[in-house]
Design a binder for this molecule. Structure first.
Ligand code: C5P
Length: 412
């Protein structure tokens, strides 16, 4: 969890008697620093009023797909993106069945289908309903899809029976959701800006200068950062790759456009990862019409394109800055001088040329930072990106701690 923004929990409440404990769950989550948006089903409203949840969560409750006013303020897809985690507590047998079928006929079910964030459910029902083979098979389906099932516990039930099917206690639910988030999702609550792909610098209306880059590494980094829980903005040059789920993509063409898009996206960013192959030079002027071939030789005047990475690193309140270095020789030496000259927090270097790295699905990286190095052996780009993001999260946490220590020292 970052020092910057709270963990965002979307709490789904469905219609079971255990819903009377959910306002307490909201309080427990908020006590631990989380922001909670409650979404109720029709059934839940039979047990607890939206006003109760509004009072304890401090946010208006959402309960309908068809509420034009609420949708205008934050559409349901936006709400699905907003959440770092979706927790359904209590989750009834009916809602579990609906989720297993992937249905989206009410707001909460739609959000569960539309979110790229992890989903946890806390089943609560009569012990016989829990033991029913249909329920057990639905729960197994959900587990197989990566949904976390918290509980149920066993004991006395509202119906007078005893057995398995009680919702876990609010304090236990709050702890397990928040603890698992900060462990497996080390960038939860962070905003990360990633650049990827090549840029194109126009010469005339039909020609441009560009760099060799498929964008695969940058896209893998954006996906890995999203998986680690971050809110990710991907500023991309022209590539033919699908946008990773849950990532906001901004398409640009030239280095200047990328520079402007990056700086516009940086507000509130914790980490900047520059994986794009950005042009170092751009034509001094762009011909209005197609240039004709009148002579045997031609000279193109080029001027320096903005160095985006250096400009981000030079910001007074800069994020944690990570650059890439694609080198054809003396990889470590060249990368280390880039790390120092551009004042980066980390650089990820690799050898390129002769069919190495470009357009490939595999790559290897040498990570360098002040006083440290780590070699990441050849593997798929997504796996590599996950290792890189894990390392960034660790180093950044160290830096954040060091900064916090400084503050304490200065104050003394
Ligand atoms: O200086 P060099 O281009 O080798 O450094 C590579 C790193 O710098 C990459 O992270 C790349 O995204 C970034 N870069 C940049 N702006 C440029 C050129 C490179 O941000 N104009």
């Amino acid at each position: 969890m970052t020092d910057k923004r709270c963990m965002r929990i979307l709490l789904g409440v469905t219609g079971g008697i255990a819903a009377y404990k959910s306002p307490d769950l909201v309080r427990r989550l908020r006590e631990r620093g989380a922001e909670v948006q409650v979404v109720m089903t029709e059934g839940a409203r039979q047990f607890v009023t939206p006003l109760t949840f509004q009072a304890v969560s401090g946010r208006e409750v959402r309960d309908s797909l068809w509420d034009a006013g609420a949708e205008a303020a934050m559409g349901h897809i936006e709400l699905a993106r907003w959440a770092d985690v979706v927790l359904v507590a209590p989750a009834t047998a009916e809602f579990i069945a609906k989720l297993a079928q992937g249905r989206a006929d009410d707001l909460l079910a739609t959000l569960c289908v539309a979110t790229a964030s992890p989903v946890s459910i806390a089943p609560a029902m009569n012990q016989q309903m829990w033991a029913n083979p249909a329920t057990q098979s639905n729960v197994a389906t959900l587990r197989g899809r990566g949904i976390t099932v918290l509980g149920p516990g066993s004991g006395d039930q509202a119906c007078g029976e005893t057995g398995e099917g009680r919702m876990l206690e609010p304090a236990e639910l709050a702890a397990s959701v928040l603890d698992s988030l900060s462990g497996s999702r080390p960038l939860a609550g962070c905003r990360v800006v990633v650049t990827a792909g090549p840029t194109r610098e126009r010469i005339d209306p039909v020609r441009f200068i560009s760099n060799r880059s498929s964008g695969k590494m940058g896209y893998a980094v954006a996906q890995a950062a999203r998986e680690a829980g971050a809110e990710v903005v991907l500023v991309s040059g022209p590539v033919s790759l699908p946008t990773p789920a849950g990532v906001t993509r901004i398409d640009v063409e030239s280095a200047r456009q990328m520079h402007d898009a990056v700086h516009a996206a940086l507000a509130g960013a914790d980490i900047y990862i520059g994986a794009a192959a950005i042009a170092d030079y751009e034509p001094a002027s762009v011909a209005e019409d197609k240039i004709k071939k009148y002579s045997d030789t031609m000279t193109l005047e080029l001027i320096r394109a903005p160095d985006i990475l250096a400009s981000v690193a030079a910001l007074p309140a800069r994020p944690f800055v990570v650059g890439f270095a694609a080198e054809t020789r003396d990889v470590e030496q060249n990368a280390r001088s880039k790390l120092e000259n551009k004042r980066l927090d980390m650089i990820a270097a690799n050898r390129v040329g002769d069919g190495i790295a470009f357009d490939q699905d595999e790559n290897s990286l040498l990570l360098l930072w002040s006083g440290g190095r780590e070699e990441l052996a050849t593997c798929g780009k997504l796996e590599l990106a996950r290792k890189l993001v894990g390392r960034i999260a660790e180093l950044r946490a160290g830096t954040t701690r060091a900064k916090a220590d400084n503050v304490v020292r200065v104050r003394r």
